[in-house]
Write a new protein. Sequence first.
Length: 449
Amino acid sequence: MSPHAADRRHAHRFVAGVVPLVVTAALVAAAGPASGTANADGKARVVRTATLGDIPLGTFSNALLPGTVSDDRGVDIGGIGSDIHPTGRKGEYWTVTDRGPNGQIKVDGTKRRTFPVPGFDPAIVRIRVSGGTVRVLDAIPITTSSGKPVTGLSNQQGRDEAPYSYNARTALTHNPNGLDTEGIVRAADGSFWLVDEYGPSLVHVSARGKVLTRYVPEGLGLTGTDYPVAEALPSVLLHRKTNRGFEGLAQLPGGDLVMAVQSPLSLPDTDAGEASRTTRLLRFSPKKKAVTAEYAYRFDPVNVVDPSEDDTSELKISSVVAVGGNRLLVEERTDKAARLQLVRLDPASNILGGPWDDDTTSPSLEQLDDPAASGVPVLSKKLVVDLGTVAGVPGKIEGIARVDHDTLALINDNDFGMTDGEAAFDSQGRLVDSGVETSVVYVRLPHGI
């Protein structure tokens, strides 16, 4: 039996055995209306909330790839809210985990990135929303060409954060196969496209979870992977901010993909990126296996997106959603608030291959106080909804799907119940859960899209 057939066998064992026994017993319904009536007051509102209950991370992971997790430290499966994509069946969605439980602990004045469950393997997870319950229907582990787990560990020493154990005291080994998975879409042939924050990269994955090709920026020099790597993205992306690579991914009607860089590039340096409100969207043709367009996207001021925040570096794009033609919903957010903007990808706004892709251009795109006034064709946008004003929407929304003309499904990233700092784990090395659950929330818009 091939490794991939074995993986599928274990995935189905998870569905047939673990889900009925563990999920059905543990899932709890969150109260939330499910009315089908129009918004009489002309405001967006939550019409349903469904919650994922507790499934031990070791149970989940070892059902997919036996023996990968020896100690889950009391962590439950979570983090599936990195993105959400409709399966085509009512109430069912594809989601993707991020790289796994991780946090930060300061040691001798320096923050270290912790991986409490280093054997965790990112997975594609199919869920169903039924009443107030989120039910796991299937899960597909993401594997290398030889069927081994990719893991979520940092790739390159010196470029990515060094990985450490749960208490930040023991250094772990970098893994060039590791993926910090975020956005997900499914292609017509059943394969998946994902985006990753490390490279940043665009990852083509088979229907069974095997990495077919990882597309990375020119000049990245990622070696030692157990899958094909193609340097097919603009080299300017090498300046991505740490932990802020690609996060949003959308599939246009013709099959092209749009990737969003989560935050402004650190170009020419970290200070410029932290202060900037200009990030980038890229269009990729799966047929040509190449980027065909690049667009400048301008955030609103941070205190407009989130009135409680004054730090511009907290601005992020976490989701992009195709809504017909060349139109996209773009989510601008902080960890506490989010606004959805409607943009059109105008061919006249394409900046690919121009001076803004040359990292010697001064001032850089990210340094311009008013890019449009400097001749940059910034994408125009129109506010669709301020989710920060909609009661019942949780924080850290990272995935958005269009349910119908006037309804959106949102999913949050609960970070596997982890918090930063030494208090994240007790004296026995067991998780002190944050209490934040993974939820799918339906929001009805008063005017549709």
